[in-house]
Ligand binder design. Structure first.
Ligand SMILES: Cc1cc2nc3c(=O)[nH]c(=O)nc-3n(C[C@H](O)[C@H](O)[C@H](O)COP(=O)(O)O)c2cc1C
Length: 304
């Protein structure tokens, strides 16, 4: 079992969103494993300053994995031994990012063109780190799926878990999730498989479980809704939106500058407010706040 609390639900790596604050809330409501957003292996190697804040993990995060992206086995082998990664017992490698800036460097979903390189990267990360290693893949690049071959290469390299997002690179985040291919990967592999794509509630979770996957990963369905894990697990819970927002702000203040907290939180707040009464006005006020004090006052429980 890759989770300590018995939960088969993961909170996904989401660039700009999977920060320590949201991860802690996801754990609170029942996620079994959370991921950092993708972090550049080269950025770590060349000591890029921006990568440090992505690696912040709070003591109440029970089981957080770091996700790395890159394409060079030698660089992966080197960076996974860095002390800055010692707090992570689990390393995930991104093999799904469709963004051109990433794929043009042969990183992210571009790796799906090269099963041999997948094997080498996984082997390098596993041998060098000795940690739990997973990969997160899309079903393919374009029309036809190649994920099974890629997943087998990762398994050969020693991977402990394969996550499959049921879309090709070309599909980006639209179109339908391909459950058949996810089921095929599950039937083919020896190692556990996690299914990802369009899970937002218990019904969509059960649909994903029909593929036979061992774990289910949720991304967009948890933005502004960390309690989605309790809903799916059928666990009783209490949720107070403003408390969650203030908790989230407080956590980010532990490791980010006021300006960065404001920028990150405005996006997160838009998710927290989505669909709620009076959201439009409150969102406008939040977006025009000039200081953190002004922003927090909007959500201060005493004022509401
Ligand atoms: C804004 C955004 C950023 C993302 N960043 C990452 C990332 O850093 N690493 C990754 O593996 N996937 C990333 N993803 C993909 C998600 O983890 C997930 O695979 C995808 O959204 C499908 O799951 P969902 O239908 O539950 O949202 C990102 C998705 C979105 C929408």
């Amino acid at each position: 079992m890759l989770t300590q609390n018995g939960s088969d639900l993961f909170f996904a790596p989401i660039a700009g969103y999977s920060d320590s604050g949201l991860r802690s809330l996801c754990f609170r409501y029942g996620a079994g494993l959370c991921f950092t957003e993708m972090v550049s292996a080269k950025g770590l190697y060349y000591k890029n300053e921006n990568t440090a804040s992505l690696l912040y993990v709070a003591p109440d995060e029970s089981n957080t994995a770091v996700q790395l992206f890159g394409s060079e086995p030698e660089i992966f082998a080197e960076v996974v031994r860095y002390p800055v990664l010692s707090k992570f017992s689990h390393i995930d490698v991104n093999m799904g990012c469709p963004v051109r800036k990433i794929t043009s460097n042969n990183e992210g979903s571009a790796l799906l063109r090269n099963p041999e390189l997948i094997y080498k990267i996984v082997k390098a990360v596993k041998d060098s780190s000795g940690k739990t290693v997973s990969v997160k893949m899309r079903t393919g690049i374009d029309g036809k799926s190649c994920v099974t071959e890629c997943a087998l290469a990762a398994q050969e390299g020693g991977v402990d878990l394969v996550t499959v997002h049921g879309r090709t690179k070309e599909q980006l985040y639209g179109g339908k999730c391909d459950f058949e291919t996810i089921a095929h990967v599950k039937q083919t592999l020896r190692v556990p498989v996690c299914g990802n794509g369009d899970v937002t509630d218990r019904d969509s979770y059960l649909r994903m479980k029909e593929t036979g996957v061992d774990y289910v990963m949720i991304a967009r369905g948890a933005l502004g809704k960390p309690y989605v894990f309790s809903e799916i697990l059928g666990k009783e819970y209490t949720y107070e939106r403003n408390e969650a927002i203030l908790f989230h702000i407080g956590r980010l203040c532990e490791y980010l500058s006021e300006n960065t907290v404001m920028n990150v939180m405005k996006k997160q707040i838009a998710c927290y407010l989505h669909g709620s009464r009076g959201a439009k006005q409150l969102k406008e006020q939040a977006f025009s706040a000039h200081s953190l004090k002004e922003l927090t006052t909007l959500f201060d429980i005493k004022n509401n």
